[in-house]
Design a protein around this ligand. Structure first.
Ligand code: ADP
Length: 403
């Protein structure tokens, strides 16, 4: 089954075309990125394995024009990978926020889309763009099933005492203010992948998945279900991230607003764009730059690194308490998969709670499904590469076939 996976951001569209023979047998036909939608000059980077990348610069008025351009490239006699658009049998859409409406991926219909629209206030940057993309794809391919795969869905199993904030309950009742969590497709994918690699039954396992990238979140997965996660109502809560602040005393935010004369929009910018690794280091939001600067003796870069690693360590400890132990810790995302220094410093000195990192393995490995704990470690630590597009393609195939 040929599936187009679309991830529409506020001014960008990421896409992949996968030929799915089954959940585990598939090939990537093409992938690419449309950027700077709505600006004077946009760009499209289109990649086909085995061929030179194709980069086009031209104005792309809106998401519909962007998807149209992607479809044209996919059937282009030279650059394309499909004979005609009729080859696309289903489209899967990464969709950020489904509030409490959906705990699983679902077919995009007028009714299901209107529910997602009702969550727009909870994800004002992502959801409207996702919905524009879904509607544009439906208009361009009216007979092709379209499936929405939500970042929040996997976390709908979190119990009420873990998702409620200690604010007046009426804000939950009136506005849905609670923890929702994000990166759900990734946490679901790597928890299963780690169990497959370690020959464990996910229905009997306690797993802590650490998705560490520009945005980072940690999830406690007990018997295959998310029972707690570090991101909250929005993707701001939890760990120190590239430019997001993670956990901060709300009183500190009120104090800064007063001192700096900031309004809500001003504060929003500080906590989303100027904080995290960038905010502390005053150097970069990129973990590789932080590593380089720290190795060169930059004190604030070292502080940013230490803060991130301490956040991860504390979160792992708290989820071990929440689940009364853990069998596996999974490291994934750009940092989790690649940063030996973050893995080393987040996972060191945890023998007291059964985690024994093998420093040599952590230093020397580079790859997928690698165990980096010592054989004696009660809690196994494994590095697994995530693949959110594959999760979307799998769910899309399942739902389209059941239609
Ligand atoms: P996103 O959340 O945007 O999907 P990624 O999962 O790609 O981001 O992660 C990006 C982060 O991963 C960046 O901070 C980057 O520095 C870090 N990273 C990628 N490769 C390495 C590496 N080899 N060593 C250390 N950090 C890395």
């Amino acid at each position: 089954m040929i599936i187009l996976v679309l991830n529409c951001g506020s001014s960008s569209i990421k896409y992949q075309v996968l030929d799915m023979k089954s959940d585990n047998e598939y090939s990537l036909l093409s992938k690419g990125l449309v950027e700077r939608i709505g600006e004077a000059v946009g760009s499209i980077t289109h990649k086909v394995p085995g061929k030179a990348d194709c980069v086009e610069e031209r104005p792309i008025a809106d998401h519909s024009a962007g998807i149209d351009a992607v479809l044209s490239l996919l059937i282009d006699p030279e650059k394309g990978v499909l004979k005609s658009l009729a080859d696309i049998e289903a489209v899967g859409h990464r969709t950020v926020h489904a509030g409490e409406f959906f705990s699983e991926s679902t077919l995009a219909t007028d009714e299901t889309i209107s529910k997602v629209e009702r969550c727009n206030d909870l994800a004002p940057i992502h959801n409207p763009a996702n919905i524009i993309g879904i509607n544009a794809a439906r208009a361009l391919m009216p007979n092709v099933p379209q499936v929405m795969v939500f970042d929040t869905a996997f976390h709908q199993t979190i119990p009420d005492y873990a998702y409620i904030y200690a604010l007046p309950y009426e804000y939950y009742r009136k506005y849905g203010v609670r923890r929702y969590g994000f990166h759900g497709s990734s946490h679901r994918f790597v928890s299963q992948k780690a169990c497959d690699a370690l020959d464990l039954d996910i229905n009997k396992a306690k797993i802590i998945t650490c998705h560490l990238g520009n945005g980072s979140s940690v999830t406690a997965v007990c018997n295959g279900k998310s029972v707690d996660t570090s991101m909250g109502l929005t993707p701001l809560e939890g760990l120190t991230m590239g430019t997001r602040c993670g956990n901060v005393d709300p009183g500190a935010l009120i104090y800064i607003m007063q001192k700096e004369g900031l309004d809500a929009e001003g504060l929003n910018k500080v906590v989303n764009k100027k904080s995290g690794l960038l905010g502390i280091s005053e150097t970069s939001s990129d973990n590789r730059d932080i590593d380089t600067a720290s190795a060169a003796g930059n004190r604030l870069a070292t502080l940013a690194h230490d803060k991130l690693c301490y956040d991860i360590k504390k979160c792992i400890g708290s989820y071990m308490a929440a689940m009364n132990g853990a069998d596996v810790i999974v490291m994934t995302g750009g940092i989790g998969e690649n940063s030996r220094t973050v893995r080393r410093d987040a996972l060191r000195d945890l023998e007291g709670i059964g985690i024994e990192l093998d420093f040599d393995l952590n230093e020397n490995i580079d790859g997928d499904n690698w165990i980096i704990s010592k054989p004696t470690s009660k809690v196994k630590v494994i590095v697994c590469c995530t693949n959110e597009e594959l999760v979307i393609a799998r769910d899309t195939m399942r739902i389209a076939l059941a239609k």
